[in-house]
Design a protein around this ligand. Structure first.
Ligand code: CMP
Length: 146
């Protein structure tokens, strides 16, 4: 099924000059980019985005980190895009992430893991995360050439 999925390059990727490299992975895979912006999140926005982790011991560190520099929220479209992107990104823990995955190649630790993607096991995640970052008119329509 053709679908849209939410992905975000994190501040550590920016600090290390890896943002373009990470965005290229999805482009080269043939996914269609329909939304992208550059911003520094305020705490309120970050806390809402990571609301499901509110009770976790690492929540404050997570919010500190994700607001510490620029992020690139994106929406990528394609066949089975959510699962495809999760596979490309690899496991959350870099120690578990396979070489060849984005985290397997670049992530430093659990917090500084360079990229976020909506959870494919959480059915409402894409809709919720996309609408938290993008208005409908910020998602562009065009034909992707082969
Ligand atoms: P992400 O996919 O953005 O979703 C939640 C994030 O919480 C996750 O990536 C990790 O970066 C972060 N995270 C998970 N576990 C820990 C932890 N134990 N310590 C710090 N950050 C964590």
């Amino acid at each position: 099924e053709r679908e849209r999925t939410f992905v975000m390059v994190k501040p550590d990727a920016f600090a290390r000059g890896l943002a373009g490299e990470i965005i290229s992975r999805f482009e080269e895979r043939g996914l269609k980019l329909v939304g992208m912006k550059l911003e520094v999140l305020d705490r309120e926005h970050a806390e809402e985005h990571y609301g499901e982790h509110e009770d976790k011991p690492f929540f404050d560190d997570l919010v500190d980190f994700i607001t510490s520099g620029p992020v690139v929220p994106m929406v990528w479209e394609g066949e089975d895009a959510t699962r495809q992107v999760r596979q490309m990104i690899g496991a959350t823990d870099p120690a578990e992430a396979a070489p060849g995955t984005i985290r397997g190649d670049y992530a430093l630790d659990l917090g500084r893991n360079v990229v976020h993607a909506a959870d494919h096991e959480d059915e409402g995640a894409n809709e919720r995360e996309i609408s938290l970052f993008f208005d409908d008119d910020e998602l562009v329509e065009y034909d992707q050439h082969d």
